[in-house]
Design a protein around this ligand. Structure first.
Ligand SMILES: [Zn+2]
Length: 384
């Protein structure tokens, strides 16, 4: 019997967005709320592709303090830090520059400089230098493509650089050929839309309808070329509506300490990650941040629970997390807060991911890393 297992990833289509909608209930009646991996998609996708936690695959946020091995050292000498902010802060300028830098260094992964200050970037390294979807992309940890190849399963994995309609089209063509038995379809436009209009935006219904129509077509295509079709739609996290902003950068910088000498910091949208370069800087910063509004410093229990207790403190000696809905603005990811954001505590209702399946799922779906175990199970099913 000719079989196919299709896993469709829809970035940010969380449980709160799906739970009260009839979205594909006839085709995908088995619906599960799934715990988010603490972090962003940059953490969740490597977790889904390996079934391992961040302490194992080493991906959390994009930037980490590494002055000796920073690939951006040369940027210090280009004098980009001297550019007026009216130019340096323009998204388009940074986007083009990111492409130039990626090409220069041969990065094949998703690389975007975001709003990382040019005067500091030479102190940091960037984790996603290679394409994490292709064989060896998360080496030494084995990823989905490695596992499919080891099991000699003919597969299709989307090219994340393409638009989602192109990815759907590419998969449709492969389904028509009937030569693959496993597909991982990547779609990410929902995330951008949710950031812009929030989970309550009217545009969400329109987008959901678009996915619904396309999934029905894909299902039909699969069923006309295969006898046994397994289909699942899943996400990595949800979206939390903006509650307010805090200028954490100003809170730290007003202390008068020197960046790169006393401390280093990355301001993500929902967390501040700090490296202390001397004890007095540590005391002064911690004293201030422990009183900072709408946030708290993650304790050892939380770091362990979220599997981000890196022994070498790769992503910071201390991590401050914002309360759900509260964003850091300006931050190194963007100068303005967005109407919607993710990357808050996984326990918050808006953080939960979702999995919708054509068949009942026996695998325990505690957290998004369990998707990998489900994909493994389906590989065994394919070989039966
Ligand atoms: Zn996002």
């Amino acid at each position: 019997m000719k079989k196919i297992a299709i896993f469709m990833f829809i970035d940010a289509m969380g449980w709160e967005i799906i739970k009260d909608r009839s979205f594909l209930k006839d085709l995908l009646p088995h619906r599960y709320r799934v715990g988010m991996q603490f972090g962003y998609s940059s953490t969740a996708i490597p977790t889904i592709l390996t079934g391992e936690k961040p302490t194992v695959h080493k991906h959390l946020s994009f930037y980490y303090y590494a002055p000796e091995k920073s690939p951006f050292k040369m940027m210090k000498y280009l004098g980009l830090g001297m550019l007026p902010s009216s130019i340096a802060d323009r998204w388009r300028v940074r986007h083009i520059l990111s492409k130039v830098v990626a090409r220069y260094y041969g990065f094949t992964g998703y690389f975007e400089m975001y709003a990382m200050p040019f005067s500091r970037i030479h102190l940091f390294d960037y984790i996603e230098k290679t394409d994490i979807f292709v064989p060896g992309g998360l080496s030494p940890v084995k990823n989905l493509a490695d596992t499919l190849e080891a099991n000699r399963i003919s597969y299709h994995i989307s090219n994340w650089r393409l638009q989602e309609s192109q990815n759907i089209e590419a998969l449709t063509k492969d389904l028509q050929k009937g030569e693959i038995n496993f597909a991982f379809l990547y779609t990410a436009a929902m995330d951008g839309l949710l950031h812009r209009v929030t989970k309550d935006g009217e545009e969400i219904d329109v987008k959901m309808k678009w996915y619904e129509d396309n999934i029905r077509k894909l299902m039909k295509e699969a069923q006309s070329n295969y006898q046994d079709v397994y289909f699942t739609v899943f996400s990595d996290h949800g979206m939390t509506t903006l509650a307010g902003v805090v200028d954490m950068k100003r809170e730290v910088e007003k202390l008068g300490l020197i960046f790169g000498k006393d401390y280093a910091a990355v301001y993500d949208s929902t967390m501040v990650r700090l490296w202390f370069l001397n004890d007095s800087a540590r005391d002064i910063i911690l004293e201030t941040l422990s009183k900072a509004p709408h946030s708290h410093i993650l304790d050892d229990m939380e770091l362990k629970k979220y599997s981000i207790d890196f022994h070498d403190h790769m992503y910071g000696d201390t991590i401050l997390l914002m309360d759900p809905g509260w964003q850091i603005a300006p931050c190194d990811m963007g100068l303005k807060a967005l109407p919607g954001m993710h990357g808050f505590a996984p326990e918050h209702e808006d953080s939960y991911a979702a999995l919708l399946s054509s068949d009942p799922v026996d695998t325990q779906l505690g957290c998004v890393d369990d998707y990998f175990r489900l994909m493994r199970e389906k590989m065994d099913w394919l070989r039966k």
